[in-house]
Design a protein around this ligand. Structure first.
Ligand SMILES: Cc1ncc(COP(=O)(O)O)c(C=O)c1O
Ligand SMILES: N[C@@H](CCCC[NH3+])C(=O)O
Length: 430
């Protein structure tokens, strides 16, 4: 796997500077500073089109799971391409509105929806609430009644299948907090169908994230279809089937199926089981943005002791949480490889731990990486478009990174770097 297969990272003909599309990363660092998230419009569009073309001719909606990366410019781009959104908070709905996107293709997931969030979603006429408990159903019915509205719902079913992913990002097992246990779903639907301010419209299932195999999807689908059939027998007819998100990407050596392979396997199973007529919904996140983004960072210091070589960079766990949180692997490349080496390892390579300036031993971004480095060098951390900026924090009073969108030769700053004034403002207002 070469870096260009993760992200359109190009090398100049002279082999000296990596580019994001047509723009040298050195130029972006000089213009916007570091750390900076850089996204490729071409990569975003290609990832979306992979789903859209696999679903061409079908009644289906792609709801971008915006928790993955909720920058307004990305939302606008996906909205223009035809996407709806999967949200998990009222704040995310306000982002959809701020981006100028339609709210009638929004599905609302999450185990803890507040009454205020329900009200906001009902005011804006979202497509569907993906319900995760019986208490939530009662609350939604009451909120909708108080507004004189009917709330459209799906039940998010927890099919108890092993998604074969990291335990922290598996959501479809009994012990996970998500969804309604398979055996409780039918009674919940019966109850929902009888409530005056609820309209049953669909069924939903999301079994986890960073899935690299098709079989767990099909196992979940089979169980969900059993429920659809049981509901039909009781005259509870569903209009759509939402299979969630979860498709993995390649960070290192994973071999996830392409979106087209996953979708064709799902469509085939639906046909075989006699449910080819169901309208479909998907909630992809990571597979749309993960490999469309990098985090550009600068080496501040090289530090050596008898056990380790450290490259202290200006990005940290507060910018990219995934290594600290899940021991996740993110590949890295030198922006100006020395001596023509692709990762900067051709001259005097050494094994480095790439660490940030935050006061935690867990503040590392990569371990035992071969690099030929000097202080001041730039490193591109790959596969950083998903769950990067959205999980960033201000720990150590560090302003969050800038975000830049590249489209060919065109560069747009889509979020400026946070200043300390930004961080102090809410406290000084009191
Ligand atoms: C309900 C729901 N839908 C969609 C997603 C998107 O998942 P992914 O980024 O793995 O595609 C998530 C996150 O795992 C989720 O919780
Ligand atoms: N935040 C996780 C994925 C969580 C998925 C949310 N349901 C990650 O970085 O991989």
């Amino acid at each position: 796997m070469t870096p260009d297969q993760y992200f359109p990272l190009l090398t100049t003909p002279a082999g000296t500077i990596r580019h994001a599309e047509a723009v040298p990363l050195t130029q972006l660092a000089a213009q916007f500073g570091t750390p900076t998230y850089v996204y490729s419009k071409a990569a975003l569009v290609a990832a979306y089109q992979a789903y859209a073309s696999a679903l061409a001719g079908k009644r289906a909606t792609i709801h971008y799971a915006m928790k993955t990366n909720s920058n307004l410019s990305l939302l606008r781009l996906f909205g223009e391409l035809g996407a709806g959104f999967d949200i998990v908070s009222g704040g995310e709905l306000q982002r959809v509105i701020a981006a100028g996107c339609k709210t009638d293709k929004v599905v609302f997931s999450g185990v803890g929806k507040t009454a205020d969030e329900m009200r906001l979603a009902l005011q804006h006429g979202i497509k569907c609430f993906n319900l995760e408990s019986v208490s939530e159903l009662d609350r939604l019915n009451a909120v909708a009644a108080s507004m004189g509205k009917i709330a459209p719902i799906s039940v998010r079913v927890n099919p108890d299948v092993d998604a074969k992913t990291h335990p922290y990002i598996s959501t479809g097992l009994k012990e996970n907090k998500f969804g309604v246990a398979f055996e409780d779903a039918l009674p919940l639907y019966r109850k929902a169908a009888a409530l005056p301010n609820i309209q049953v419209i669909g069924i939903d299932c999301h079994i986890g994230s960073q899935l690299t195999e098709i079989s767990p999807y099909l196992d979940a689908l089979d169980k969900v279809l059993d429920l659809v059939a049981a509901l039909r027998a009781e005259n509870i007819v569903l209009h759509h089937l939402d299979l969630g998100g979860g498709l993995g990407i390649r960070y290192q050596d994973e071999t996830p199926p392409a979106a087209s392979e996953l979708i064709s396997a799902i469509l085939q199973r639906l046909e075989v089981r006699g449910f080819g007529d169901l309208e479909l919904a998907f909630e992809p996140g990571r597979s749309l943005v993960g490999n469309a983004g990098i985090l550009l960072t600068k080496v501040e210091y090289l530090k050596h002791n008898s056990a380790k070589n450290f490259a202290v960079v200006d990005a940290a766990m507060n910018d990219l949480m995934r290594p600290a949180m899940y021991e996740a692997f993110h590949d890295m490349v030198a922006v100006q490889p020395r001596n023509g080496g692709s990762s900067g390892s051709a001259g005097n390579p050494q094994s480095y731990d790439i660490v940030g300036p935050v006061c935690e031993s867990g503040d590392w971004l990569g371990r035992n990486r071969e690099f030929d480095l000097a202080e001041g060098d730039l490193i591109a951390i790959l596969s950083a478009g998903a769950y990067g900026m959205t999980m960033a924090s201000n720990y150590n009073t560090r302003g969050r990174a800038a975000e830049v969108l590249v489209d060919g030769e065109q560069v747009t700053l889509i979020r400026r770097r946070e200043t300390v004034e930004d961080l102090l403002r809410a406290e000084q207002e009191i």
